[in-house]
Design a protein around this ligand. Sequence first.
Ligand SMILES: Nc1nc2c(ncn2[C@@H]2O[C@H](COP(=O)(O)OP(=O)(O)OP(=O)(O)O)[C@@H](O)[C@H]2O)c(=O)[nH]1
Ligand SMILES: [Zn+2]
Length: 351
Amino acid sequence: MELENLGYNKKIEKLKIENNLKDFEIGRIISEHRERYVVKTEKGEYDAEITGNLRYTANSRMDFPAVGDWVALMVYDSYSSIIHKILPRYSMISRKAVGQSGAIQIIATNIDYAFIVQAIDRDFNINRIERYLAICNSSNIKPIIILNKIDLVDDSKLKSLITSIQNRIKRIPLVWLSNASQKGFEKLEEYLCKGKTYCLLGSSGVGKSSLINNLAGKNIMLTGEISKSITRGKHNTTHRELIITEKGILIDNPGMREVGITNSSSGLKDTFSEIVALSEQCKFSDCKHINEIGCEVLKALDTNKINKASYKNYIKMEKEKTHFELTVSEKRKKDKKFGKMIKNLKKQNKK
Ligand SMILES: Nc1nc2c(ncn2[C@@H]2O[C@H](COP(=O)(O)OP(=O)(O)OP(=O)(O)O)[C@@H](O)[C@H]2O)c(=O)[nH]1
Ligand SMILES: [Zn+2]
């Protein structure tokens, strides 16, 4: 396996040199299971753990490896290898961790493109597309919208769905296709490129797994590939999260379904650029664009210069973002308090 097929390029080569990692193997995390990682390098796949130093200096989940990361690996033998460093990430997709308010969980890193998948049936919802766009825009990932299951509608219905998307969402590639009839795949393949990394975003049932199977050759998602790593055959049962094909690297990750808004300020700005541009001209700088005097957004809404549905979606997501930022800052405060308490306890113990 050439490292280029895994996504290796000059940027990563440069990072390797800058970080003094000449003596290490460079590999990519292709799956993760409870702090054990499978790393793929030019020479093969290795089960790996992180160095104690990485663990003890970690401040949060962000400092642990994630699927998609490039890492510096010291290979001892086929049973043991150690991750010494995570190379800086150029993009990252994350979500709020379940249970712990404010904590962020990384889903995957170093992704170039996201396929935002929607099916033309019950799932069709432009608000949801905008939501995923905001996530892409805040994560440094280029979006491509896929409308799937077009075999289920006639041409005129399809046309009207396409128009309804294009009326609201401009300048983002849109591909319509069917996994069942295979229509539209030539168009999708124009966006695929060897060595680029793609993730799939979309609700359950929209056809993400079917799409991966179609792109990668049948059955990858059904059976999982049996690992070539000889280490105790441990990850035969869990399917691989990074799927390397001739046309690109695909990430399927169960967590993708649950991605929500996190720190999407830049995401909202790029997704609703028209609205945000107007909001900068509002009379009051803290205008919420709901009923304020001198609100340029409301003015544009009255004269149909902006889309009403997009406006509503924007206001809703702006609220969520504010709420999220609040929970994060509260969590930080709590963590600080807790840290102080521990410090004081230690002091007392010494005495
Ligand atoms: N008619 C039709 N059915 C499709 C198409 N693509 C997928 N399906 C069906 O839709 C259902 C869900 O497809 P999956 O590929 O499992 O969807 P998914 O997005 O991976 O779902 P999760 O794994 O739950 O996230 C399956 O029954 C597929 O056979 C399509 O293009 N046309
Ligand atoms: Zn306003």
